[in-house]
Design a protein around this ligand. Structure first.
Ligand code: ADP
Length: 377
């Protein structure tokens, strides 16, 4: 039987109270480095800098105006590649992506910056591609973690730049960047007691995105794993880049003909390919691209739908996990399902959304009939 919903709800409430009584400052690591990129840098140098420092995003700084100018993230690079593939020739794309200045991305230079001196006019890449514009948000470091988390969820930003003001010059100061991971890790470190109360399985809590038709009975030609975007080892990398860009997701499970999860292809993997210099490498198959992964790739984290939110938060405390692939296992296996078959995907925004409470407490979704059986078995 599931442990009491009451204990679960009270633990969640207590985590929310904790977030309301702490500021973004409190969640800063004891010591950290902040990489800020000047908007005059070209994309190639910016990428090198990100890779060299082992980060996947950075705040942008407009040094002419001494102002914060938004965030550069992996998804920007993905959109840029996608844009060039659509609009230009292969060679042109390869040559141009790298010389493009950060300030011409996303219409950053539409304000008072003259474009005539630069190689490129500013581009509204997101608009051209018909994808969402990244939000230009910010928060003061002394705002509460709860408000910061709400802002992250509402805008679906994965990170929130924290800006202060220099009292002498009046200029903006980029203090830090609060990521979804940092926030959840802060909870996992400080709400130990509460986490132990979160025993209810993830699927029952409706955390994550799941295959709609568990029997995969769909008309010929349709995706049996809908709404999950998947690929196989033979899919060209570019097709997956397209999925990233179009759906604003950062990972696609790689499955075999049986639906068994064999790997996960992530937006950061594309950056590794691009670093190797060859935009042509986007023509590679996923299997070939996976061979280029650095040997210290931490591995794909797999869970089953019976794993609990508490277990997940404990995992977040121990390692830098950004997403988990949910596979059929244990209960499903007993019912004759095959172990390792794709069931869903859980990302940090899914977890954060639940913890912060998009749905009010107690509104747990009724599990499907099968889950009920499991629960009582
Ligand atoms: P995050 O927002 O935590 O950075 P994503 O951008 O990858 O992670 O995920 C955004 C949303 O899309 C989440 O709700 C997640 O469950 C869902 N999602 C992630 N990957 C896929 C996928 N391959 N197919 C369908 N939905 C996905």
């Amino acid at each position: 039987l599931y442990p009491s919903q009451e204990a679960h709800d009270s633990a969640l409430n207590s985590i929310r109270a904790f977030l309301k009584s702490h500021t973004a400052y409190d969640a800063f690591p004891v010591s950290f480095r902040l990489i800020v990129l000047d908007t005059k840098l070209n994309v190639k140098k910016a990428l090198q800098c990100l890779l060299l420092n082992g980060v996947v995003s950075a705040p942008l700084w407009n040094s002419d105006k001494s102002k914060f100018a938004g965030m550069l993230t992996v998804l920007d690079i993905i959109h840029l590649i996608q844009y060039y593939y659509r609009t230009a020739s292969y060679d042109y794309a390869a040559a141009d992506v790298e010389t493009f200045r950060l300030e011409s991305l996303r219409g950053l230079s539409t304000s008072a910056i003259p474009t005539s001196n630069f190689t490129h006019q500013s581009l509204d890449i997101e608009k051209e591609l018909g994808v969402d514009q990244p939000p230009l948000l910010r928060e003061h470091p002394s705002s509460s973690l709860y408000d910061a988390a709400r802002l992250l969820i509402q805008t679906h930003a994965r990170r929130l730049p924290l800006l202060d003001h220099d009292t002498e010059t009046g200029h903006e100061v980029i203090a830090s960047v609060l990521t979804q991971y940092r926030l959840l890790k802060f909870i996992s470190i400080n709400c130990h007691k509460e986490i132990q109360q979160l025993h209810i399985p993830l699927r029952r809590l409706k955390i994550g995105t799941y295959v709609a038709n568990l029997r995969h009975e769909v008309p010929e030609g349709q995706n049996p794993y809908y709404p999950i975007a998947t690929a196989s080892l033979n899919t060209p990398v570019f097709d997956v880049v397209h999925m990233f860009s179009e759906r604003s997701i950062s990972a696609v499970p790689i499955i075999d003909e049986e639906g068994i999860v064999v790997n996960l292809y992530e937006t950061v993997d594309v950056i590794t390919l691009v670093r190797l210099g060859a935009y042509q490498s986007l023509d590679l198959k996923i299997s070939e691209a996976l061979n280029q992964r650095s040997p210290d790739f931490p591995g794909v984290v797999i869970c089953t739908s019976s794993d609990s939110l508490g277990t997940l938060l404990q995992l977040i405390k121990m390692r830098r996990v950004h997403r988990l692939v949910v596979v059929e296992g244990e209960e499903e296996e007993r019912r004759g399902g095959k172990k390792g078959r794709l069931l869903g995907i859980i990302t940090l925004s899914d977890v954060l959304q639940y913890v912060i409470g998009a749905a009010s407490i107690g509104e747990g979704i009724e599990p499907p009939e099968e889950d009920n059986k499991t629960a009582n078995s």
